[in-house]
Design a protein around this ligand. Structure first.
Ligand code: KG4
Ligand code: ZN
Length: 342
């Protein structure tokens, strides 16, 4: 089975060709970073126009790299939501147009399901598994019982963790997108233990997350250190604060995951893996902390390769395959969904 996947829900335009033998034949991603950087964040209207301008060319490139024509495809999968609606419409309409012209099945994929199932594309991961889904818009702990069968154990009560990285980067004057820049600054820190930050909800019952207090604490340090020096943050201050923030996030994540693992083991005595997915899963400190936790809990730990953690179309093609081989597809009347909980 060969499936073309299309992803346009945020600021990456992407197309990929994937087989049900878990072979990624092509995986092209065009980042719109330069278009949005002057504004310090993603501008939905600019994103939609950029998707429109580039998607056709990217699809052609992915097909050429994979060495396939439309006649070789078994289905077309596109992100149907959740996301910035202008971009989702561009991807869905493109997929529908190809599906209609070539008489191919169309599968609308939930972007979060794309992240959630990526580990099964890259590793031998059986259901059920415990998933930490951490991206720019989401921060959830889920039990993945099967395709389309997700049980939520916890979520954020304020910001998503990627959002916290992005806002912290802004406070530190690091620019956009925040995650990778905070990670780089933290790696340069010479005194990573210098700042102590609060660890929201750590030690409390439940599996929910909270990041707004952490962000406020970073802001307070930025103001205090800046006022003391009279000249704002030095590079060393900034790097030390980035390291403190990143280490605190990793600690919070580990605490929440430990609680989720206890519940997961209770409900599933046969066991399962701890899987991390979404853009923030690219963070190496977080991955290392989760690996330690999984080792302690005697659970396999699975983290997809970095480029499949951030937004891409291979995960959309794969989720399309998982659905299509269960006999599912969507009508061409499918309406793009700005909100679409798992
Ligand atoms: O999954 P994703 O690419 O897009 C969404 O669906 O949201 O996630 C993007 C988020 C951004 O907030 C970005 O700052 C964060 O993932 N991110 C990272 C890293 N790379 C991307 N956060 C921490 N460390 C990273 N290395
Ligand atoms: Zn995403």
């Amino acid at each position: 089975m060969i499936v073309l996947g299309i992803e346009t829900s945020c600021d990456e335009t992407a197309a990929a060709v994937v087989t049900d033998a878990r072979e990624i034949r092509a995986d092209v991603v065009l980042s719109q970073l330069d278009d949005h950087t002057p504004y310090g964040g993603v501008v939905p209207e600019i994103a939609a126009r950029a998707h429109l301008e580039h998607l056709d060319g990217l699809v052609r490139r992915a097909m050429a790299e994979a060495g396939v024509g439309f006649g070789d495809l078994d289905a077309i999968a596109a992100t149907g939501g959740p996301g910035l609606i202008g971009g989702v419409i561009v991807g869905v309409m493109t997929a529908k147009a190809i599906a209609a012209a070539r008489n191919l099945p169309f599968v609308a994929v939930n972007h979060l399901e794309g992240h959630a199932l990526t580990a099964r594309l890259t590793h031998d991961v059986a259901f059920p598994y415990l998933l930490l889904l951490v991206s720019g818009g989401h921060c959830q702990l889920l039990v993945v019982e099967g395709v389309g069968r997700y049980r939520r154990l916890g979520t954020t009560i304020d910001d998503a963790v990627g959002e916290a990285f992005d806002k912290t980067a802004k406070l530190l004057g690091l620019g956009y997108p925040g995650g990778p820049l905070v990670e780089q600054a933290a790696a340069r820190a010479r005194n990573p233990g210098r700042f102590a930050l609060p660890r929201p909800l750590v030690g409390r019952p439940g599996c929910d997350f909270s990041f707004s207090g952490l962000k406020t604490a970073v802001r307070r340090h930025v103001e205090e250190v800046g006022a003391l020096s009279g000249a704002g943050l030095s590079d060393a201050d900034r790097d030390d604060l980035a390291a403190a923030f990143q280490a605190t996030v990793a600690e919070v994540m580990a605490d929440r995951c430990a609680r989720a693992i206890a519940r997961f083991k209770q409900d599933h005595p046969q066991g399962g893996a701890l899987v991390v997915a979404g853009g923030v899963a690219a963070n190496k400190t977080l991955r290392a902390r989760l690996q330690t936790l999984a080792d302690r809990e005697a659970m396999p730990f699975v983290a997809p390769p970095l480029r499949l953690c951030t937004d891409n179309a291979a995960m959309i093609a794969w989720a399309g395959i998982e659905r299509f081989r269960l006999g599912e597809q969507d009508p061409l009347s499918f309406a793009p969904r700005p909100r679409w909980p798992l």
